[in-house]
Design a protein around this ligand. Structure first.
Ligand code: FEO
Length: 400
């Protein structure tokens, strides 16, 4: 994509990535894509804010060359060291050896490990400003959004917040970088939530700290390093991030995520009965087959909703392995204090329920009713399953 001007002298020069299959080598983005947004600020001096992953270097550099001579760039701001934003740093250093790298003290430390760079690095303090002549950058310490070294950069004259991972989302750009020109806002908000649940959620307390820190900044544009640039509604993405961060302390929605796995269709038959009951209670809910759905897509509703209905058979005297993986990841991502229920089929001895309890115990999930049956569910089992689902959903609806 060609460079786009955000405000006079400030440009998006990022990379639209539609070829990487797994973000962080872990989270699927084959269908959705992702962007690595980089920004060029031109005053009397010139600064680049964040770079990109080490792909499409020629395209990236030629975008910049249309605006300025890469070799004469004065500063590179490293808001965040993760290689999706610094992958091209070593190449950039060769092309513009005089450019001073700006970042936090922790960034200076990490630069050594990730890039072997020690010279030409200036550590910026929290609140420090840098005049470029016609533009002024202010650096804000926002650790752990998403790594410990992270800062945000604020351009004072045009009121643009370069927030890096914060307020970012998956989703390649579809012809525009701006929210006010985008015709599919639902796609980007959904992908921002998936990105939040996958990447940022673990650090929700730090997200709230960062949001508090920028509360009194006049911000005309939120320019993150992934996804849309928020020009019409900069507050919209900040409010969404606040709402998602508050889920960490229990401010979840009264809805249910039904996750299930099935070997021969027995637990699936029961799942359908349980789903009828949940549906009758009229709470929002979604159903995921854990054997066929990457956990990346299951984490968002697990993160935002209060109830988790778990349906999985016993497998070799343990829990059906894909369910164990999903629950383990949820606990690892600090999906805490959810209300849960469990159902599942077993052949000759149980074991799944014991493992469910063991996995969710550290996350303090409140396991209520459980319901197991031998082999395939009988008619009376399915009737019981429907009632079991309805009771659970009513409990979630009432906040109990
Ligand atoms: Fe976009 Fe934490 O890197």
């Amino acid at each position: 994509m060609p460079a786009r001007e955000l405000k006079p002298g400030i440009f998006w020069v990022g990379v639209n990535d539609r070829t990487t299959d797994l973000f962080e080598g872990l989270w699927p983005i084959t269908q959705e894509g992702v962007t690595y947004n980089s920004y060029l600020v031109k005053g009397e001096k010139t600064a680049l804010i964040d770079l990109t992953k080490s792909i499409k270097a020629e395209e990236y550099l030629s975008q910049i060359e249309e605006l300025t001579d890469v070799a004469k760039i004065d500063f590179v701001v490293i808001n965040h060291m993760e290689p999706d934003h610094t992958g091209l740093l070593r190449l950039f250093r060769k092309l513009a050896p005089q450019a001073v790298i700006l970042g936090s003290a922790k960034t200076k430390e990490m630069l050594r490990g990730f890039s072997g760079i020690e010279d030409g690095v200036h550590v910026v303090a929290d609140g420090e400003t840098l005049s470029l002549g016609g533009a002024t950058l202010k650096f804000l310490s926002t650790p752990f959004v998403h790594w410990p070294e992270t800062i945000m950069t604020y351009e004072e004259s045009q009121k643009i917040l370069f927030s890096c991972d914060a307020f970012g989302g998956y989703g390649a750009l579809r012809g525009t970088i701006f929210d006010d020109e985008c015709t599919q806002p639902d796609f980007y908000e959904k992908e921002a939530l998936r990105y939040y649940a996958n990447i940022v959620a673990n650090y929700s307390a730090r997200v709230l700290d960062a949001i508090a820190k920028i509360a009194n900044l006049p911000v005309d544009i939120v320019a993150p390093s992934h996804g849309l640039v928020w020009r019409r509604s900069p507050q919209r993405i900040v409010d969404l991030y606040r709402r998602w961060a508050e889920c960490a302390s229990g401010k979840t929605e009264p809805g249910v995520t039904l996750i299930y796995g099935s070997m021969y269709g027995n637990t699936e038959r029961m799942m359908n009965a349980v789903a009828v009951g949940i549906s009758q209670a009229g709470v929002p809910f979604e159903v995921f087959d854990v054997g066929r759905t990457h956990v990346s897509y299951i984490l968002p509703p697990l993160w935002t909703r209060a109830g988790v209905m778990i349906g999985a058979p016993t497998y070799e005297v343990k829990l059906f392995p894909p369910m164990a993986e999903v629950l383990t990841m949820a606990v690892s991502k600090r999906v805490l204090s959810r209300k849960a229920a469990y159902f599942g089929s077993y052949g000759w001895s149980g074991g799944a329920l014991k493992e469910v309890k063991r996995i969710i115990e550290p996350a303090k999930w409140e396991l209520g009713e459980t319901f197991e049956f031998i082999g395939s569910p009988k008619r009376e089992d399915l009737v019981k399953g429907q009632e079991f689902g309805r009771r659970f959903a009513e409990r979630i609806k009432s906040g109990g």
